[in-house]
Each structure stands twice: as structure tokens, then as C-alpha cells.
Design a protein around this ligand. Structure first.
Ligand SMILES: Nc1ncnc2c1ncn2[C@@H]1O[C@H](COP(=O)(O)OP(=O)(O)OP(=O)(O)O)[C@@H](O)[C@H]1O
Ligand SMILES: [Mg+2]
Length: 414
């Protein structure tokens, strides 16, 4: 980086030292980009206004130690800090480097006159460090993708196998139940018809024997319960068929193309898959407005909704409420999933999208759900946002453009 173009913030309460540094810097060609302040408070004010490219800070300032600036969230990451310490204070400076400072110099006339070279070297190191962090992050992300792809492929295969096995028997169970309902109706009609004839043709003794028999077997209850039992069984078998269909769709997830899709259907299909996981911990409230067709890979969006619903369910202790709302906002569609669970702490909220970050016990969470979900949403040209408080719960918002025009990655891939 060209030093002359840099924006440098000097934080030093000793005016002589500050101007010595400034002089060296202007000799090196840095003229307009130098700001000098003399306290931590002013430092924070300056950073809030315009973050510098680098800060040179005296270790001891009138209102605190420069080390405190290192832990401030505003300073974490965007620019490096070079510390200055007086002779004898090196140990503190070394500690500061462990805490995140880039480097330190021991104050002396020579150190001031070579500050430009020191800065250049420090900035080169900073650059390398940033590049390394970037590469590490990319590596972590692609590793997460590979793991997830393998996980999904394995689940997909399993789901497809199970679905295939269940498909046939559930098909004939449903069809037989339908026929049974019809036959039962006919048999009941026949019995009623016979009853009327017996009533007319038989003698008193037979009629009373028949009445006794009917009472004994509780014929009225039996007929109404028989109908109910059949209706329930039919409903159950239809639900199983639905789950089988969902599993089949799910296992085809990766091969599908981005097409104009009915997101309400995707939402309902996903809910059917996770209903059982949710129903013991939360009420699920749906607020679905009319949505335009959204160009997307519906199975992938289903996967995102599933991850968010599962997370919401896991956040609830006892019995809670999960709300799923969907509406169109301008050129986008928004799906909001809100829970009144334990929320996410300020410290963790920075990390939840990182692959492998989880607060769940081993075996319960891999920490991939949100990383993958954000990846999918971004590929669709959208955003996955979070708001959370440990007192009221969490809302995740999936915002998708209605048209894929803004999602070059996805349209190229499919
Ligand atoms: N709705 C939520 N309420 C509270 N905390 C949440 C919520 N959603 C996510 N989190 C936090 O974010 C972390 C990461 O979530 P993520 O879905 O990525 O992984 P996970 O659920 O732990 O594991 P899995 O890979 O099985 O999804 C969770 O461990 C949890 O601490
Ligand atoms: Mg999860």
C-alpha cells in the first residue's frame, strides 16, 4: 500500500512525540492523511467518523491504555494498530500483540525518524495476515460445502430408498381403505334395509331377540365408530403418502433447476416434513400472503426453511410459539420465521453463520445449518438476516428476489 495515500491516525498525548512522527511522515510524503488526537475517547470518536487505514497509538493515554482500544468491537478487524511504548514497558507491548496489536515500537528519536519504514513493513505484514485470514475463511467455507454436499447426498440416497420401499405398500393400503369405506357404507345400507323388512315380517319374539342382540353389540356405536376408524386410517395413510412424496422431492434436491415456483407450496411441504419435530415444543402459526411465482430451486429453499424451523424449535424450552410469515415486498419475497425461544447472545450472533459454529451438544448439531442456508439464499441473489434478543426470541428473514436476474451464480449453474 502506498503510504502517501494512507489515512493515518496518531493517538499520542505527548505533543513533541506526535509532531516528531508527523514530521517524519510528511517527509515521506504523507501530508493530508494524518490526524492527531490525544485520548482514547477522541480515538473512538475519530474511528466512528472515518476509520483510518492504520492507527499509531501510545500505550499509556490520559484516559486509559491503548490496549483497551484493541478489544473494542469497532476496532476489531478493519485496521491495524501499531503501539508505541516507552523503554522498559516492552512486556506490556508484547501482551498487547497477543491481544491483537499488529506490532510495537519503543519510543526514541531513531524510532520516530524511521516510523515511515516501520509502518510500511507493518502494513505489508497486515496485508499478508488479511490474505491468510481470507484464504482460511474460503477454505472453511468450501470444506463446509463438501461436508454438506456429502451429508445431503447420503440423506438423499437414504430418503430415496426408504421412500421407494414405502411407496408401494402405502399405495395399496390407501386404495384398499378407500374401497373399504365404500363397502362398509353398502353393508350398512343393507343392514338397515334388512332391519326394515324384519320389522314388517317377523313375529314379536324374533324382533325382541334382534333388539337384544343389537343392544348387546352396541350396533349404533359400532356403526359410527367404524366410519370414524376408517376415516382416520385413510387420513393417516394419505399423510404417509405425502411424506413419501416429500422425501422423493427432497432426494432430488440437487438436480433440480431454478424455475418459477410456488413458495407457499414449498413452505407447506417443508412444514409437513418437520411438523412432528415441532408439534411437541411449539404452536406453529402461519401468516402466508399471496406470493408471486419466485424463480428458485424450491427444494433448496425448502431446505433453508427446514433448517430455520428446526433451529427455532430447538431454541424453545417447554412450549413456545413459532410464526412463519411470507409476503411480497417490492421485487422481493420475504419469509420470516420468528420464535420466542432463548434467543442468541450478542457474542454469538456474530458467529452463527460460520460453518461448524454450534452451541448444541455433540450429536445434536453440526453447526452447518445456517452456513449452508445463507449460501443457498445468496446463490439466489437474496439475503438471510437475523434479529435476536435473549429476552424475546429470534427472527430470521429470508429475502429472495422474485426474478433471478440478480442471482448470476445460480442462473449460470443451472
Ligand atoms: N432460532 C434460534 N434461536 C436461538 N439460537 C439459534 C437459533 N438459530 C440458530 N441459533 C444458534 O446458532 C447456532 C448455529 O446454528 P446452525 O443451524 O448453523 O447449526 P446447529 O443448529 O447448531 O447445527 P445443524 O448443523 O444441525 O443445523 C446454533 O447452535 C444456535 O446456537
Ligand atoms: Mg441448525
Amino acid at each position: 500500500m502506498d503510504l502517501t495515500q494512507m489515512n493515518i491516525l496518531i493517538v499520542e498525548d505527548d505533543e513533541a512525540h506526535a509532531s516528531a512522527i508527523k514530521r517524519t511522515l510528511s517527509k515521506a510524503g504523507v501530508i493530508s492523511g494524518v490526524r492527531i488526537v490525544s485520548s482514547l475517547q477522541e480515538f473512538h470518536a475519530q474511528v466512528a467518523q472515518t476509520p483510518p487505514d492504520v492507527a499509531i497509538m501510545d500505550l499509556n493515554l490520559p484516559d486509559g491504555r491503548a490496549v483497551e482500544a484493541l478489544t473494542s468491537p469497532a476496532v476489531d478487524g478493519p485496521f491495524p494498530i501499531l503501539l508505541m511504548t516507552s523503554y522498559g514497558n516492552e512486556q506490556v507491548a508484547v501482551e498487547a500483540i497477543k491481544g491483537g496489536a499488529l506490532d510495537y515500537v519503543v519510543k526514541s528519536p531513531e524510532a520516530f525518524s524511521s516510523i515511515a519504514t516501520t509502518l510500511e513493513r507493518a502494513m505489508r505484514e497486515w496485508r499478508l495476515l488479511q490474505d491468510k485470514k481470507h484464504v482460511e475463511k474460503q477454505l472453511q467455507e468450501s470444506q463446509a460445502q463438501v461436508v454438506q454436499q456429502e451429508k445431503m447426498a447420503a440423506i438423499g440416497l437414504l430418503a430415496a430408498g426408504v421412500a421407494h420401499e414405502i411407496n408401494n405398500p402405502i399405495g395399496f393400503i390407501t386404495s384398499n381403505l378407500n374401497t373399504l369405506v365404500k363397502y362398509t357404507d353398502k353393508l350398512i345400507q343393507l343392514i338397515e334395509f334388512q332391519d326394515r323388512i324384519i320389522e314388517k315380517c317377523s313375529d314379536e319374539d324374533d324382533r325382541s331377540a334382534l333388539a337384544d342382540m343389537k343392544q348387546q353389540i352396541r350396533i349404533e356405536y359400532l356403526v359410527s365408530d367404524l366410519r370414524e376408524l376408517l376415516a382416520e386410517s385413510l387420513d393417516g395413510s394419505r399423510r404417509v403418502s405425502k411424506i413419501v412424496q416429500d422425501l422423493q422431492t427432497f432426494s432430488r434436491a440437487d438436480t433440480s433447476e431454478a424455475l418459477p415456483s410456488d413458495l407457499k407450496e414449498t413452505i407447506m411441504r417443508t412444514i409437513n416434513m418437520v411438523r412432528n419435530e415441532i408439534k411437541y415444543v411449539a404452536e406453529l402459526e402461519l401468516r402466508l400472503e399471496d406470493l408471486p411465482p419466485v424463480v428458485c430451486q424450491p427444494q433448496q429453499i425448502g431446505q433453508v426453511i427446514m433448517n430455520l424451523l428446526m433451529n427455532a424449535a430447538h431454541s424453545i424450552e417447554g412450549k413456545g410459539l413459532i410464526t412463519l410469515a411470507a409476503s411480497q415486498i417490492g421485487d422481493s419475497v420475504e419469509i420470516r420465521i420468528t420464535d420466542n425461544g432463548h434467543g442468541i447472545s450478542a457474542e454469538n450472533i456474530e458467529k452463527i453463520f460460520q460453518p461448524f459454529f454450534t452451541t448444541k451438544e455433540a450429536g445434536r448439531g453440526t453447526g452447518l445449518g445456517l452456513a449452508i442456508s445463507r449460501d443457498i439464499v445468496r446463490k439466489h441473489g437474496g439475503e438471510l438476516l437475523v434479529e435476536s434478543s435473549t429476552s424475546s426470541g429470534t427472527t430470521f428473514t429470508v429475502r429472495l428476489p422474485v426474478d433471478l436476474a440478480n442471482a448470476p451464480t445460480l442462473s449460470k449453474e443451472t
